[in-house]
Design a binder for this molecule. Structure first.
Ligand code: CAA
Length: 258
């Protein structure tokens, strides 16, 4: 695996693990982090042996936001001209399943990047928030949209207008995170979930993710039609034959990802 300046990239079995690694800046997301994460995603998505991608930080911080020191001197034309933050769409558009394993601070861009992942698993010390308003700006990597869809208008307004943090319990109650685990077990638990996903047929997992994501973008009728059509298409895969044969023969399936 390639070495990077601001992240660690490893493969654990069929799981690709990206660890944000700017400890002195609480993993603040600067342009180099974005460049490294995009290159790592390209590498993992291009590797047929990788079935799921785990994104994590440290026990103190998943990421404390976009890098304020990098943003502070920018002008409107710097931001608009470079379409600042647009590169993060690469993560939201990843085709393989992604899991964010969040401990400590997931603030601003940190919360937004975690929300771009398909599953968000939180350590019991996790803190989520969109404090941009305290800096004189608003969320810029999707927070006003994805947080609102995840937790509803009432809580999204509360968090985005006051800039307050919510703890892991509140985030789970609100529907932002799928589960909470003790901080010292976060990586093990997230890896177990990623390994489970990676043990499934990769094309089927990718299509399942696409179908769920479609529900955000379309009407119920169109979404149901999309689901039905892609469900039918799965019967063209060897893995559908294998999965159902294994059930009938009372054995474990041996998916070939085809
Ligand atoms: N950008 C740049 N540097 C950051 C940072 C950030 N978002 N967050 C923390 N750091 C740096 C601090 O400047 C500090 O560096 P120095 O030692 O060189 O001063 C180091 O990380 C440690 O931070 P603190 O000393 O502040 O640690 P703390 O434990 O006292 O506080 C914290 C932790 C509450 C998370 C605090 O660091 C903080 O409030 N950070 C900023 C959170 C924030 O506002 N995030 C939103 C950013 S804007 C954004 O993300 C825009 C968007 O929508 C995309």
């Amino acid at each position: 695996m390639t070495d990077f300046e601001t992240i660690l990239l490893e493969r654990k079995g069929r799981v690709g693990v990206i660890t944000l690694n700017r400890p002195k800046a609480l993993n603040a997301l600067n342009s180099q982090v974005l460049k490294d994460v995009v290159a790592a995603l390209d590498e993992l998505e291009g590797d047929a042996e990788v079935g799921a991608i785990l994104l994590t930080g440290s026990e103190r911080a998943f990421a404390a936001g976009a890098d304020i020191k990098e943003m502070a001197p920018q002008t409107y034309i710097d931001m608009y001209g470079t379409d600042f933050f647009a590169g993060w769409d690469r993560l939201a558009n990843a085709r393989k399943p992604t899991i964010a394993a969040v401990a400590g601070y997931a603030l601003g861009g940190g919360c937004e990047v975690a929300m771009m992942c398909d599953i968000l698993i939180a350590a019991d010390n996790a803190k989520f928030g969109q404090p941009e308003i305290t800096l004189g700006v608003i969320p810029g990597i999707g927070g006003s949209q994805r947080l609102t869809r995840a937790v509803g208008k009432a809580k999204a307004m509360d968090l985005i207008l006051t800039g307050r943090n919510m703890d892991a319990e509140e985030a789970e109650r609100a529907g932002l995170v799928s589960r909470i685990v003790p901080a010292d077990q976060l990586l093990d638990e997230a890896l177990k979930a990623a390994e489970k996903i990676a043990s499934m047929s990769l094309p089927v997992a990718m299509i399942a993710k696409e179908a769920v994501n479609r529900s955000y973008e379309t009407t119920l009728g169109e979404g149901l039609r999309f689901e039905r059509r892609v469900f039918h298409s799965l019967f063209a895969l060897d893995d559908q034959k294998e999965g159902m044969a294994a059930f009938v023969e009372k054995r474990k399936p041996n998916f070939t990802h085809k």
